[in-house]
Ligand binder design. Structure first.
Ligand code: GAL
Length: 710
């Protein structure tokens, strides 16, 4: 055959759809694969076992998409993937976005980076996973930068084309005609991808999270309060700050030390600074005796002055970050030198966790894509997975010691669902921080809207209120040295919200256990609420949209209110607002503080008193609470519970319990206690809790009930 003819034949074969094989790898999860998928991908980097028992408990389902409408082919040396879209579908996900919830119509390049004020795909966790309101999800298992056209363009061969419109004569002409597909380019000759069934979007997310091992279960202390101190504090400054917290009665569970604990930083030595911390072991022990744990900031770039430098140098990249060597963490030799240092110098003396900085971007700081790594993996693949690797291997050290950790990281990706790390950044827009909190639930990650400095006491309090309703209640005062009481006119209100955070630990802990065992994200969009989905645009209205603003609202992006666990809807207030609108999904909702009825399937306007963050509870909501202790309960410590019930519905719910600190729950050392609230014949409410299970940890002492709705 003539070479030209052969080439033409090859090209025409490649640009035609490739046959696709689907394999159901777990209940309601199908794997498709085409060409030669690369050996290194997101799931390989994370290397986590799916929780198949959890997945098995979800409803069985048939393949949720028309199979023949999933098209794959090779073009331009890349793999092209197409998934169908119907008219009413909305899409969520594609990573930790900060300004948008609805992703239909968007064009993104998924790339690990520090968020730079626009949702273009560059973010701390560009998770290549999306969920449709139709109740299915798609995940592309590739550690490459992916180009995504999420229903943004129209093909000539569309089976379902938009109407042709004439702008000259048609006032309804749209610059964005309807597109019937999500199209993705993967820069590799083959890829593996997954389709997740529902039936509803929440089940899709559950399947995705469980497939990635289930969410992390932090230790109880991780859900308390944390303060990150000034970057150059010494041991005495830190002790003094802890004393102030105690004397002033503000809760505190762990303190974060910023760069100055190390003898040099940017790049790092991973060694204690002898001047500021002359006796690290004694210091960590003294703090731990005071019930305060320590978390260490670091970035992973190794200073030539570090004692591990000569041992790790061979296993580092061609380029540097701040002149520090970049360990190739895909190599066991590099990991051993690197994490042995963490183990010996920090974890063995009682350090509770890390804040792993600078594993996301910006490009000008991090290694360029021309960098080479000794493993032969590309810089692009390492960039997409570096955050996963540092999370995975640091967690393993703690796991070996049977101690849970809970820390911070700036980069992650699909595969990282089970790693006990919370993402943060330097952006500091309060509004964007809340939108990110909503999107974290679609991206398989946790996010904290950290508090740093504030211009006014109003802003300080508003930010404190939202961070206390997030995965990590944290002040990050590394440069501002701000303390909870720094604004005297709101110091009491700040204390109250920090105390409320502590009181709610039993609730938070149970919601995280649901994340772990059932895959339900603890912080998430109201769009995932049943009462919300049933009110979606598809439903027939008797009234027009103008007369029914609630229906209209459901079609808009909701970026400023979110669900915190099963029962709570949080509606943050931003600086300058004195009132706000809240969209309450269908079903009765009650005020968290008073128990009063608030609304049902409607938009309400509330006055936003400065001292409270508006929170609403679903009918039948059961919120287990404890005393506002200064430190979270320690290993197996028993506490009294006050269990609140809201609304008019009889209800049952479950409370998770284990020792609070070890990984023994992996071997079955945990229990779910049933909580029941029932109205009696005489109109009185009665609450009960099932008996503790013999042989299981039991941290519950006395239980009392409070029926909030009169
Ligand atoms: C930044 C980080 C901050 C703080 C600072 C210390 O990169 O985002 O939270 O840790 O480094 O130098």
């Amino acid at each position: 055959m003539k070479p030209l003819l052969f080439a033409l034949l090859f090209i025409s074969f490649s640009i035609h759809a490739q046959p696709l094989k689907w394999v159901e790898v777990a209940n309601g999860i199908w794997k498709g694969s085409v060409g030669k998928p690369e050996v290194y991908d997101l799931l390989k980097a994370a290397d986590v076992k799916p929780n198949t028992a959890g997945i098995q408990k979800l409803p069985a389902s048939t393949f949720p998409l028309p199979k023949t409408d999933v098209i794959v082919r090779f073009q331009d040396g890349k793999t092209y993937l197409r998934f169908p879209l119907e008219r009413e579908e909305q899409l969520y996900g594609f990573g930790l976005n900060f300004q948008t919830i609805h992703q239909r119509g968007r064009i993104l390049r998924l790339h690990v980076d520090h968020y730079g004020n626009s949702d273009n795909g560059r973010t701390h966790s560009p998770t290549p996973f999306y969920v449709s309101t139709k109740g299915y999800g798609v995940f592309i298992n590739s550690a490459r930068y992916l180009d995504v056209y999420a229903g943004s363009n129209v093909r000539k061969d569309s089976k379902n084309p938009p109407e042709l419109q004439d702008r000259n004569s048609d006032k309804n002409w749209s610059a964005k005609p309807y597109s019937d597909a999500v199209e993705i380019l993967v820069p590799a000759h083959g890829v593996e991808f997954y389709v997740f069934a529902g039936p509803n979007p929440m089940d899709v997310i559950r399947r995705f999270n469980l497939f990635n091992g289930g969410g992390c279960l932090p230790p109880r202390w991780g859900l308390g309060f944390t303060q990150r101190v000034n970057r150059l504090y010494n041991a005495d400054d830190v002790k003094q700050e802890a004393t102030e917290f105690e004397e002033k009665g503000y809760p505190l569970d762990f303190i974060g030390l910023e760069p100055g604990w190390q003898s040099a930083s940017y790049p790092c030595t991973f060694e204690w600074d002898k001047g500021r911390f002359p006796d690290p072991a004694g210091f960590v022990k003294e703090m731990s005796d005071r019930h305060i744990r320590l978390n260490l900031w670091t970035n992973p770039y190794v200073s030539p002055k570090a004692s591990i430098y000569p041992k790790i140098e061979t296993y580092t990249a061609s380029h540097t970050v701040w002149v520090g060597a970049i360990p190739d963490l895909t190599l066991p030799q590099a990991r051993k030198v690197f994490f042995d240092k963490f183990e010996q110098d920090h974890i063995n003396i009682g350090v509770s966790g890390y804040k792993i900085d600078e594993v996301d971007g910006y490009d000008s700081y991090l290694f360029p894509d021309v960098t080479t790594f000794p493993s032969g993996r590309s810089a692009e693949q390492i960039r997409q997975t570096y955050g996963l690797l540092v999370q995975k291997y640091s967690t393993e050290v703690f796991h070996k010691k049977n101690r849970r950790t809970y820390g911070l990281v700036r980069g992650s990706n699909a595969g990282g669902v089970s790693f006990p790390y919370v993402i943060y950044n330097d952006n500091y827009s309060h509004q964007d921080f809340i939108t990110a909190l909503i999107n974290s639930g679609f991206a398989g990650v946790l996010w904290t809207p950290e508090v740093r400095a504030s211009k006014t006491s109003e802003e300080w309090l508003r930010r404190m209120q939202t961070v206390c309703f997030s995965p990590m209640a944290m002040i990050n005062a590394w440069s501002s040295s701000t303390k909870p009481w720094s604004f005297p006119d709101v110091a009491n209100e700040v204390k109250e919200i920090a105390q409320l955070r502590m009181q709610m630990i039993p609730y938070w802990y149970t919601e995280f256990a649901k994340y772990h065992f059932e895959g339900t994200p603890p912080f998430r969009a109201v769009n995932l609420e049943e009462g919300f989905v049933s009110g979606s645009a598809k439903e027939k209205n008797t009234k027009s949209l103008e007369e029914n603003p609630y229906e209209e609202a459901l079609n808009k992006e909701i970026k400023d209110q979110y669900m915190a666990g099963e029962y709570l809807l949080v509606a943050p207030v931003f600086t300058g607002q004195t009132s706000r609108k809240v969209i309450l999904p269908r079903g009765n909702w009650y005020d968290f503080y008073t128990g009063d009825y608030a609304g049902n399937g409607e938009i309400i306007t509330i006055n936003a008193a400065l001292n409270k963050i508006p929170v609403f509870v679903k009918d039948g909501g059961i919120i287990p609470m404890m005393q506002p202790m200064l430190h979270a309960p320690e290993l197996n410590q028993k506490v009294d519970l006050e269990i609140r019930h809201y609304g008019k519905k009889n209800s049952t719910s479950k409370l998770y319990d284990d020792d609070g600190e070890t990984f023994d729950y992996e071997k079955g050392a945990y229990s779910w206690r049933e909580l029941k609230a029932e109205k009696q014949a005489d109109g009185q409410w009665k609450g009960s809790i099932s008996a503790p299970q013999t042989g299981k940890p039991n941290t519950i002492a006395n239980v009392s009930w409070k029926f909030m709705t009169k």
